[in-house]
Design a protein around this ligand. Structure first.
Ligand code: 2NL
Length: 372
């Protein structure tokens, strides 16, 4: 067994040799540790304050070293301490593993592989999200990219940059939910829940030069009391195309194609004049009723979704008002574009024949699991 020698010489070579012998001894003794009792003996032999090897080294090497060698000896003694501590910790770990050992663990964890597993029912995509994905995918196939943005917006992005001047009565049509206690801020910086996804189009035009082709899905909020056709939170998909020479024909062709892709190639589209502050001219697009095929009747019964008219209003659209370009540093003399917006919840209601928008948001699994 190793015992600490007195050093006759304190040269670097002599120190190296002594250190080497000591490290070899720790290694050898550590490898002999098998049980917890072995490990305790090993630890005390090397680390005990009284008569431990490290303490002896301190006395026999460091204290005995001549003044000029103390630095050198001190450094090695510190390194040795670290090595010994490491060896002791490692031996404890190995010893612990051997004692509780894989066999003991396996024995206590015996597994009956014939028992049935825990079934976790698969969820399904929410019908509104599913509808949004379908709409988005039609436009992705036309080369549009998808953008998203914040639900809590500033007055500037939700209204001002979209050509609603401060205090303009058009703002009243949006029943906006404002964040409280912001009177001290300038109006344009006040926060609100976005009433449409159009702010994301403004943000995208700020960072991207034309040509732009984007669709924006997202949640929006309005201060509407909930009923069968209203919810204070609902979903929109908006789109925007800005480039040189974009005309109303491009708008009609794009949206007619999109409706045929969504509702079937036999649907017809029809446009009628409307108003939005951010488009000029503006239109509402109607789709021939895909429930009754445009006849207004289902057998002898009146068709309810189209109110017997044979047409369903599906979205709003128009050519981007040149004033909007002024806010995003586009040149209205060089570029033109169209935009559109649709309510995803409304389209899901029509597609699935749901009679109450609240069913989408109550979280009743018996309703939601029907859309898997
Ligand atoms: C609707 C109508 C619309 C837009 C949204 C838009 C956005 C920008 C510029 C111009 Cl940045 N227009 N969006 C345009 C027309 C209609 O939505 O009924 N949505 C549910």
């Amino acid at each position: 067994m190793y015992s600490v020698p007195k050093l006759k010489s304190f040269t670097a070579a002599a120190l190296d040799k002594a250190v080497e012998k000591l490290l070899a001894a720790v290694k050898e003794e550590a490898s002999a540790v098998k049980t917890e009792a072995d490990w305790k003996t090993f630890r005390d032999r090397w680390m005990a304050r009284k008569n431990g090897v490290l303490t002896e080294i301190n006395d026999l090497w460091l204290k005995a070293a001549p003044k000029e060698a103390k630095r050198e000896v001190g450094q090695r003694v510190n390194q040795l301490k670290a090595s010994v501590e490491e060896a002791v910790a490692k031996a404890e770990h190995l010893q612990g593993q051997a004692a509780s050992g894989p066999s003991a663990k396996v024995l206590s964890d015996t597994l009956d592989i014939t028992l049935p597993g825990n079934r976790r029912p698969l969820g399904s995509e929410h019908p509104v999200i599913k509808t949004m994905h379908e709409i988005i995918s039609v436009f992705r196939n036309l080369g549009y990219s998808v953008e998203e943005g914040p639900v809590i917006e500033t007055d500037y992005y939700n209204f001002e940059a979209l050509n609603f001047p401060p205090n303009h009565p058009a703002r009243d049509t949006q029943d906006t939910l404002f964040i409280a206690n912001q009177e001290s801020k300038p109006q344009r910086d006040r926060l609100l829940l976005r009433t449409h996804t159009s702010p994301v189009q403004i943000r995208t035009m700020e960072k991207m030069k034309p040509p732009v082709r984007i669709v924006i899905p997202g949640k929006v909020h309005r201060n509407d009391p909930p009923d069968a056709s209203h919810s204070p939170m609902f979903h929109q998909v908006e789109g925007l195309a800005v480039d040189t020479n974009i005309t109303f024909c491009d708008l009609k062709g794009t949206l007619d194609h999109a409706m045929k892709a969504l509702f079937g190639s036999s649907v017809k589209t029809s446009f009628r004049p409307s108003f939005f502050p951010f488009t000029e001219p503006s239109a509402e697009m109607m789709v021939s009723c895909f429930i009754c095929g445009g006849s207004g009747k289902r057998g002898s019964e009146p068709c309810r979704p189209c109110k017997q008219t044979g047409w369903i209003e599906i979205l709003g659209c128009g050519m981007v008002d040149p004033n909007v370009y002024g806010f995003v540093d586009y040149d209205p003399k060089k570029v033109s574009g169209f935009a559109f917006g649709m309510g995803a919840d409304r389209i899901a209601i029509l597609k699935y024949g749901v009679d109450d928008i609240q069913l989408f948001f109550n979280g009743d699994v018996r309703f939601l699991e029907q859309f898997g």
